[in-house]
Design a protein around this ligand. Sequence first.
Ligand SMILES: CC(C)(COP(=O)(O)OP(=O)(O)OC[C@H]1O[C@@H](n2cnc3c(N)ncnc32)[C@H](O)[C@@H]1OP(=O)(O)O)[C@@H](O)C(=O)NCCC(=O)NCCS
Length: 329
Amino acid sequence: MNKKFGVKILGTGLYFPKKVLTNADLAKMVDTSDEWIRTRTGIKERRISERNETASDLAYMASSEALKSSNISPEQIDLILVATITPDMFFPSTACLLQKKLGINSIAAFDLSAACSGFIYGIATAKAFISSGFYKTVLLVGSETLSKITDWNDRNTCVLFGDGAGAMILSASEESDDVLSVYLGADGSYSDLLFMPGGGSANPTTIETVNQNFHTMKMQGKDVFKAAVPKMALAAQKALELSGKKLEDINLFIPHQANMRIIEAVAKKLDISMDRVFVNIHKTGNISSATTITALDEAIKTGRVKRGDLVEMVAFGGGFTWGASVVRI
Ligand SMILES: CC(C)(COP(=O)(O)OP(=O)(O)OC[C@H]1O[C@@H](n2cnc3c(N)ncnc32)[C@H](O)[C@@H]1OP(=O)(O)O)[C@@H](O)C(=O)NCCC(=O)NCCS
């Protein structure tokens, strides 16, 4: 295992649940309006999973597409990594449940929890395993059913989130390295600004925790906004430096889609014009770990980027966590 390998990105895929929830639908549920949501967040609609549709179901659909676009069979994968904060259940991991759905036996599989930065943390993990020679072909998925931990009576949060999954297949290469850089950061002292209090060892599920509404996301939106902008800009700058590339070398920036105003503020801080920034928040809302990878897949499918282009992805989320990566697609 002494040899160092590069990483080749073989393909990507995505899946969104069929059900669309528009701002007009939300205005019938809480005291809000299409105008408020659009102007404050940029979101027009989001996808919502069915009651019996799980994170591993969404992950399976996205993975199947990624396998097809990579032109490989499931048997060629030797590690499954799923980034999620809405696993099917505490255990077994969503990665193991996905493994079962894909019909692959006896390969390594585990989940990774880094909230909205989960996919960037996943790229770093996949790169470390591949470059060290531990694994050859990694299926990396970001999959979320945030609608299931959303408080549908809280207008401060319920307008922001959606469901979806994206997948990428990364493989060892002796010729090239498509993951030019990854930069990660975290600060747990902000853990009480975006979190879900119930269900874990701090507040095991009881009738009381249900009655106290501990099983849905809690957020101090303004504070999260204030931290997200500088941290995303910092991560983007650091990953760019580590890649040895210049701002003008990057063909497309893919920021985490949490709020259109956050995206614009980060672009302004980095001095990047918005025509070089990918935005699909109007259709998806914030889908946490699935955001950057679904955006990348859409950018590839719609021809915004082509094979060989350089893309910089940057994310920020609960924890707080943040990270960025420069990749060649
Ligand atoms: C949540 C967020 C959209 C709120 O926008 P904001 O401009 O900060 O709005 P404020 O929190 O100042 O609220 C302004 C007013 O709008 C109200 N409001 C909040 N949500 C509303 C909604 N959906 N519809 C109508 N009014 C709403 C508030 O109650 C407040 O009313 P008040 O002034 O009477 O108290 C914004 O702070 C945000 O996007 N934060 C980051 C969230 C995020 O990205 N989280 C995930 C990170 S990965």
